[in-house]
Design a binder for this molecule. Sequence first.
Ligand SMILES: Cc1cc2nc3c(=O)[nH]c(=O)nc-3n(C[C@H](O)[C@H](O)[C@H](O)COP(=O)(O)O)c2cc1C
Length: 253
Amino acid sequence: MIFYFSGLGNSQHVAEGLVEEGERLIFIPAAERAGSLDFTFENGERLGFVFPVYSWRAPRLVSEFVRKMRLKGRPGYTFMVCTCGDDCAKTEHYFRQDLLQAGLSLDAAIAIQMPNTYVCLPGMNVDPAELANDKLHKAEQRIAEVKALLRRREEVSQMLVTGIPGIKSDIIQPLFYRLLVKDKKFHSSNACISCGLCAKSCPLENIKMVDGRPQWQGNCTTCLSCYHHCPQHAIHFGKATENKGQYYFGQNQ
Ligand SMILES: Cc1cc2nc3c(=O)[nH]c(=O)nc-3n(C[C@H](O)[C@H](O)[C@H](O)COP(=O)(O)O)c2cc1C
């Protein structure tokens, strides 16, 4: 059984690449909406989590889900695969703590580098097209390698960690959530054509169209799906995104 979250499709693509025939692939927000957090494991069945790195940890909605879910039976092997733009810092460490709360341990922790999606801070932007394409190309091979090692049930830690992981995950992440993970700053400009793609693409169903314009309802994880999917580049996060690029998985296909 694999649980996943994805805002812009990178992690969804990875999850779909890793799932085995007949294995259950469950979108975490859909499970939350269905309101059933009980899951039963067949003998020796594996348990996987696939998600993007948000501010150097798992997205909070993923951590909260892990801590809430109720499992019947024990998984035979447990793994996490995260996608990131360039650095996971202490994502593995914190995800192990989430699993521990659920009485689980982790056998494999793996990162796959994918195009960056975070654009709401100065200096942060989507990758130039060449870099994004290079990451996507390398990710295909990596997904095949990871699928094989997960099939062999290897115990590995293959995370992508660069400098000052403690400062990023321990100190900046809580501040990031307190200050920036909220939807009050989202707005649409007059370029909006009322197509409703922002609402349709929101994984949390957090956007209502009111008089032809998006209104955010307060349950936002700032995945930026609304921003990146807007065909008019009409959605902005304060002034931070005015000159930033857009990206979602499969954009140029
Ligand atoms: C709110 C937010 C925070 C992010 N934080 C990080 C980060 O700490 N490190 C990193 O390498 N990438 C970071 N990213 C980039 C994503 O992890 C990366 O682009 C991921 O592949 C997106 O996956 P998705 O398409 O499944 O949403 C962040 C993206 C968002 C939207």
